[in-house]
Design a protein around this ligand. Structure first.
Ligand SMILES: Nc1ncnc2c1ncn2[C@@H]1O[C@H](COP(=O)(O)OP(=O)(O)O)[C@@H](O)[C@H]1O
Ligand SMILES: [Mg+2]
Length: 259
C-alpha cells in the first residue's frame, strides 16, 4: 500500500486577470477525469474566489489551518477542506481579507507537505505578486505553470519573471499562452513572443476556448472540463489541457493510473 507523494503545481503569472483561477478549475476537472484526488489550495489570500466559483458553502479556510496549527489544535487536514465532489477538495482562502497578513509562510510549507501526502495532485492558485508567501510556494512546488496573454504588458512582465527564474536557476516551469481569456489579444506572432522571451511556449489555449457564459458556470459552481460534452465541444483545447495535466504528473504516474 505504498503511496507516493502527490504532485504540487502552482499557476503563476506576471500580471493579474490572465485566467489562472479559471485554469486551476479546468485542471482540477481534468485530474478528476484521470481519477486523481485533487486539492485546490487557494493562495490568493486576500481575494481568492475558488470556493465561490465552485459554489460551495464553507467554514474553514487556510487561515483556520494556520491558526490551529500554531495553537496546537490541528488534528487533520481533512478538518479544513471543503469537498466539491468525490475527487476534488478545496482549501479556501481566508474569509476576511485582513487575515491574509496573519498567515506566516512557514505554515504554508506545512500545509503543502501535508496536502502532498493525502492527495495525488495539489493545485495552488496564486496572485501575480512576488510576495513572501508566493515566493515560498514557487520555491516548494514541483511544477510551475506560467500563464500569459498575448499583449505588450504581459510579455514584458513574463520576460522579467523568466529572468528572475534564470537567476535563481529554477527550471521547473512551463509557459502557457492563454488566448482564451480575451480572443482579441493577439498582438505578437508566436515567433516574436518566443524571441523576446528567449524561451519556448509549451502550451497554447486557443480563442475557441473563450466562454461567453463563463459567469453562469461560476454561479452554478460548475467546472467546464467536467461537463459531459467538454471533450468534444472544446476538442483542441481540451486535448492541450489533458496533455499538460498528464505531463505534470511525470512518467511513472501517467504510465500507472494507480498509486
Ligand atoms: N476562457 C475564458 N473565457 C471567458 N472568460 C474568461 C476565460 N478565462 C478567464 N475568464 C474571465 O477573465 C477574468 C480573469 O480570469 P481569472 O481566472 O480570474 O484570472 P486570474 O486568476 O489570472 O486573475 C475572470 O472574470 C474570468 O471569469
Ligand atoms: Mg485568480
Amino acid at each position: 500500500m505504498k503511496k507516493t507523494l502527490g504532485k504540487s503545481i502552482c499557476l503563476f503569472s506576471g500580471k493579474g486577470g490572465v485566467g489562472k483561477t479559471f485554469l486551476t478549475l479546468c485542471l482540477a476537472g481534468i485530474y478528476r477525469t484521470l481519477e486523481k484526488k485533487v486539492l485546490i489550495l487557494d493562495m490568493d489570500l486576500s481575494g481568492g474566489n475558488i470556493a465561490l466559483a465552485m459554489n460551495k458553502p464553507y467554514e474553514k479556510t487556510i487561515y483556520n489551518f494556520v491558526d490551529d496549527y500554531i495553537n496546537n489544535r490541528f488534528k487533520s487536514l481533512d478538518d479544513y477542506v471543503t469537498h466539491y465532489n468525490e475527487f476534488i477538495d478545496i482549501l479556501p482562502s481566508p474569509k476576511d481579507p485582513r487575515q491574509a497578513t496573519k498567515i506566516d509562510s512557514k505554515y504554508i510549507e506545512i500545509a503543502l507537505e501535508k496536502a502532498c501526502i493525502h492527495y495525488d495532485v495539489v493545485l495552488v492558485d496564486t496572485t501575480h505578486d512576488l510576495n513572501e508567501t508566493n515566493l515560498v510556494v514557487l520555491d516548494l512546488v514541483d511544477q510551475i505553470l506560467f500563464v500569459m496573454q498575448n499583449d505588450p504588458m504581459d510579455l514584458k512582465n513574463m520576460k522579467s519573471l523568466l529572468s528572475i527564474f534564470r537567476d535563481l536557476e529554477k527550471s521547473n516551469y512551463k509557459i502557457l499562452l492563454n488566448n482564451s481569456r480575451d480572443p482579441f489579444k493577439k498582438y505578437f506572432t508566436m515567433f516574436d513572443l518566443k524571441n523576446v522571451l528567449k524561451a519556448n511556449i509549451d502550451y497554447v489555449l486557443s480563442s475557441e476556448f473563450y466562454l461567453k457564459n463563463i459567469d453562469s458556470y461560476i454561479m452554478n459552481g460548475e467546472i467546464v472540463t467536467l461537463q459531459p460534452k467538454a471533450a468534444n465541444v472544446f476538442n483542441k483545447d481540451y486535448t492541450v489541457l489533458m496533455k499538460m495535466a498528464v505531463e505534470f504528473l511525470g512518467k511513472e504516474e501517467s504510465d500507472n493510473g494507480e498509486n
